[in-house]
Design a protein around this ligand. Structure first.
Ligand SMILES: [Zn+2]
Length: 576
């Protein structure tokens, strides 16, 4: 982040009172020095989010979400940090323009530029006389000119030297072009990867083109689709097709429909179902789950009507449910995918199927029943056990209703079923207890996080830290201390709200600061408490040092060194 921009960002933050801004989204009530409201970042029923007017930050005591006014707007609206800054600036009447709408990692500036230029070349091709056939095909599939424009759909000419010539004339390095999957290098020359195909750009979460799906349209030879291979700017696992276009519609409709193919997504979008995202396949990655989870809306799975699609529905459904995402399922009948379904039955019937989406839980229970002969006792037991396993993370009402259904459908004793559920839960509980012990033992971590929190709030604490302790064991901790010192040197003082903006660009540091804010449990800062943490850390560090010295003492053969070590140990013990 540039200095001038940072000043502007801090100016905006200083003019925007966090209580006023958050009140636009969530009603807040004053309680003591702070304000409280229902947390929008988890399924909250009693106010768990506190907003501190003094420190200009918010924090949820249940899910741990925290940050300054920009973090709140960014996460609530699901927009980028700079978009959030712009939004807050608008609210307080400060004019603020940033150069481009999306932030480009300067390291790959060239790569993004080439992809952008290539997309324009493909778009021009489609609009030229050579693109007529491709355009007729697209129109015949109800993809209108507006949609072609919006998705920036293009055409790669039936000439495997065309793009190569255009791009090399612009003096782009052919090694980069090869790396980007646009051409195949052949000595000092090369030829185009995509020939005579409809080109659908794949964009990243910020809307920048990072790859293409090339689709044949004349029904001849070769593969129906070719996708760009993974490149430095195109990591398949980090991308969900149509995310950038759909995100506002998803927010409005409070749901997102997840399909497999790009064409399905485009077809649905052009038919007015705009809250659609495509996985571009049946596999889902951890990163994609994170992206979906952050949308904080129900996800409707509408994967292909084949075996792979059915398997993927369970796979994706399980992953998302585990992350507490509300998942629904639509299985299309009579067509292999949404694209074909809309062609065959029309958009109205298609919209009807969305309205009748069933909960993933119900869907899963039906699947568990499949291929089981429930008149057979053994298979019935297997079925009941698998249902009980599914109830694990469910609320009490779901548990009760499901058990009552099971009980009446298969003539089983309700109380017995309840005991089974409890038994299943007890096994789990023992593990949770063990986890607690581990966190309780980690006193060092708690003390360090508190100390780091204090030093981000007020420059007087770094002074106390340096005079009383001055050292922390772990490299991340030391890095943060150094960053805080640097911040105070360059800014004159520190407050946590501005510091949060400052680390926004540095993913690692930002996550670390988040963790610290998450674990900070008190509301007030008190010097005596800070000093207690310092003393506690000192004790722990001393103890660790004593342990280390004792082992050195055991292994040392040099008498003088042995004496030296024992003295040191005695000294450290006195300090404690
Ligand atoms: Zn929360």
């Amino acid at each position: 982040m540039q200095r001038i921009e940072e000043n502007k960002i801090n100016e905006i933050r200083n003019s925007a009172d966090i209580v006023t801004i958050i009140s636009d989204y969530v009603p807040l009530k004053m309680q003591g020095k702070n304000y409280f409201g229902i947390c929008p970042f988890h399924d909250d029923h009693s106010p768990s989010m506190s907003v501190s007017p003094e420190r200009q930050i918010f924090k949820c005591f249940v899910c741990g979400k925290s940050g300054n006014v920009f973090s709140f707007v960014k996460d609530y609206e699901n927009i980028s940090f700079l978009e959030a800054v712009k939004k807050v600036a608008d609210k307080v009447g400060i004019t603020f323009s940033f150069k481009s709408q999306v932030k480009v990692d300067s390291k790959y500036k060239k790569e993004y530029e080439i992809m952008e230029f290539t997309t324009k070349v493909f778009q021009n091709n489609l609009n030229s006389s050579k693109g007529v056939k491709a355009k007729v095909y697209l129109n015949s599939r109800n993809i209108t000119d507006n949609i072609i424009k919006e998705f920036r759909i293009g055409y790669s000419l039936d000439d495997n030297k065309y793009l190569f010539n255009v791009l090399t004339k612009k003096e782009y390095d052919i090694n980069i072009l090869d790396d980007l999957g646009l051409i195949t290098k052949d000595g000092v020359s090369g030829y185009d990867k995509f020939v005579n195909r409809i080109m659908i750009p794949i964009t990243n979460l910020d809307g920048e083109v990072v790859g293409y799906t090339g689709r044949i349209f004349n029904g001849e030879d070769s593969a129906k689709y070719i996708n760009t291979k993974e490149t430095v700017i195109y990591k398949k696992g980090n991308i969900i097709f149509n995310y950038f276009n759909a995100k506002n519609y998803i927010r409005e409709s409070r749901s997102a429909i997840l399909v497999e193919g790009n064409m399905d997504a485009i077809r649905m979008y052009s038919s007015g179902v705009k809250n659609v995202l495509a996985l571009m396949g049946t596999a889902i990655t951890k990163e994609q789950i994170e992206i979906l989870k952050k949308l904080r809306v129900p996800i409707i799975l509408m994967l292909d009507n084949d075996e792979a699609g059915a398997l993927a529905t369970i796979n994706v459904g399980d992953f998302l449910s585990k992350e507490k995402v509300d998942v629904k399922v639509v299985r299309l009948e009579g067509a292999k995918d949404p694209d074909e379904y809309i062609v065959k039955y029309g958009i109205n019937k298609f919209n009807d199927t969305i309205k009748h989406a069933i909960s993933y839980f119900d869907y899963k229970l039906n699947i568990l029943k499949n291929n089981k002969d429930l008149n057979n006792t053994e298979e019935l037991i297997m079925y009941v056990k698998s249902v009980i396993k599914e109830l694990d993370n469910k609320d009490n009402l779901t548990k009760e209703i499901t058990l009552k259904k099971l009980s009446s459908e298969y003539n089983l004793d309700y109380e017995d079923l309840k005991k089974e559920v409890l038994f299943n839960k007890e096994e789990k509980n023992t593990i949770i207890v063990k986890d607690n012990i581990i966190t309780k033992n980690n006193k060092y971590q708690v003390c360090v996080y508190n100390i780091l929190y204090y030093i981000m709030c007020d420059s007087k604490y770094i002074k106390i830290f340096n005079s009383k302790l001055g050292y922390l064991e772990n490299i991340h901790e030391r890095n943060l201390v150094r960053e805080v010192e640097h911040y105070i040197e360059t800014h004159g003082s520190i407050n946590i709200a501005d510091f949060i903006s400052y680390v926004e660009d540095n993913t690692k540091l930002r996550d670390y600061v988040n963790n610290i804010c998450e674990s900070f449990k008190d509301n007030e800062l008190e010097e005596s408490v800070f000093l207690d943490y310092i003393t506690a850390i000192k004790k722990i560090i001393n103890k660790n040092e004593i342990t280390r010295l004792k082992s050195e003492l055991r292994n040392s053969t040099d008498m003088n060194r042995k004496i030296e070590i024992s003295n040191k140990i005695a000294e450290l013990k006195k300090e404690v």
